[in-house]
Ligand binder design. Structure first.
Ligand SMILES: Nc1ncnc2c1ncn2[C@@H]1O[C@H](COP(=O)(O)OP(=O)(O)O)[C@@H](O)[C@H]1O
Ligand SMILES: [Mg+2]
Length: 316
């Protein structure tokens, strides 16, 4: 029953992208928390050596790269390391084991990754897909019901999503082509994979979000599935209070008045950008508030998760 309220979580892979600094990692963590609370066995994957999600979820950071770490009921985190992913993938193809060890020691894997443009991105998205498969590369491991990828920012995120097609075309036949086609099929199927775009409500991020949505459609043959408008000022004063404050401005501390009026001005700009983003969005959009705190920790994340879960329920 619970799961039906969160249709968006009924996919294998959820890719979170958007402009740098808009809250991708925060939203990926909130999505993961919401999905796990809705009963999905969820793994949140960071990339490029990042490992911020465990502490956001109140878990002391530990675990070597590539390890999957449980942080809450139904919720795991990991960081994808492309070199480890390549060794693991090749380990199934290269026999005997001594030959694989030799290839690893001779650095030919690192050479491959660094030589092929998009090689790291291909391995990252392939590993993310693998983590959700029932049959994992490691035969003793079980797949997750849902994998949430905290992907690279906009253009790099899109490039990553395109690598399976590119490599399948170049390799044409053989194990790389087959593997790439499998991931390509997953990414082409919006029942099996979901793309979430995070944006803040300022001119540049909104432009970038709209461009990214359109680029997904033209270059990947599918649009985004959800836009999260993050960091929205939801507690702005009304116009009567602002007028009163402006009139009484000189009697109050100048700095305090300026701060409130600046916030009000930003809030009005956000309203305009929200209208623009809603008008351009080809998919559902949810709004999450700016949390008043100097940093987002586990308590603030819980707050965002609860609001996000409510918003997502209203969509379905
Ligand atoms: N809704 C929010 N309210 C307040 N601060 C936020 C919110 N979302 C994100 N942040 C803060 O904004 C900064 C950037 O967020 P982060 O998730 O790291 O972005 P990205 O992964 O896109 O670079 C962080 O300091 C984060 O704590
Ligand atoms: Mg991030």
């Amino acid at each position: 029953m619970k799961n039906e309220q969160h249709d968006i979580f009924h996919c294998e892979l959820m890719v979170v992208t958007g402009k740098g600094g808009v809250g991708k990692t925060t939203i990926a963590a909130a999505l993961g928390q919401a999905a796990s609370q809705a009963g999905r066995e969820t793994l949140i994957c960071e990339v490029s050596g990042q490992r911020r999600v465990p502490s956001l979820l109140g878990h002391p950071t530990a675990g070597a790269p590539g390890t999957e770490e449980q942080v809450a009921p139904n919720l795991w985190t990991t960081t994808i390391d492309p070199e480890l992913a390549l060794v693991e993938w090749a380990g199934r193809l290269i026999r005997p084991r001594a030959l694989l060890d030799l290839a690893v020691r001779s650095n030919s894997f690192a050479g491959f990754i660094n030589a092929a443009p998009g090689g790291r991105e291909l391995l990252t998205i392939t590993k993310a897909a693998e983590l959700s498969r029932d049959e994992r590369w490691d035969q003793d491991a079980a797949g997750y019901e849902l994998v949430i990828l905290d992907a690279p920012a906009s253009g790099h995120g899109l490039a990553m999503l395109r690598t399976p097609t590119t490599f399948a075309e170049i390799a044409r036949v053989g194990p790389i082509a087959n593997q790439a086609r499998e991931v390509e099929a997953l990414l082409a199927d919006s029942e099996r994979s979901q793309i979430v775009l995070v944006s803040t409500l300022e001119e540049t991020p909104v432009n970038e979000t709209i461009e990214l949505q359109d680029a997904l459609t033209s270059q990947l043959g599918r649009g985004a599935d959800l836009i999260v408008a993050n960091d929205f000022i939801s507690d702005d004063l009304g116009q009567p209070e602002i007028d009163q404050l402006s009139a009484a401005g000189s009697e109050l501390s100048g700095a305090a008045t300026t701060a409130i009026l600046t916030r009000h001005h930003r809030s009005q700009l956000q309203q305009g950008q929200l209208t623009r983003l809603r008008g351009a969005a080809d998919c559902p959009l949810v709004v999450l508030p700016a949390i008043a705190s100097h940093a987002i920790g586990p308590d603030e994340l819980e707050q965002l998760t609860a609001l996000l879960a409510t918003e997502l329920r209203l969509l379905s």
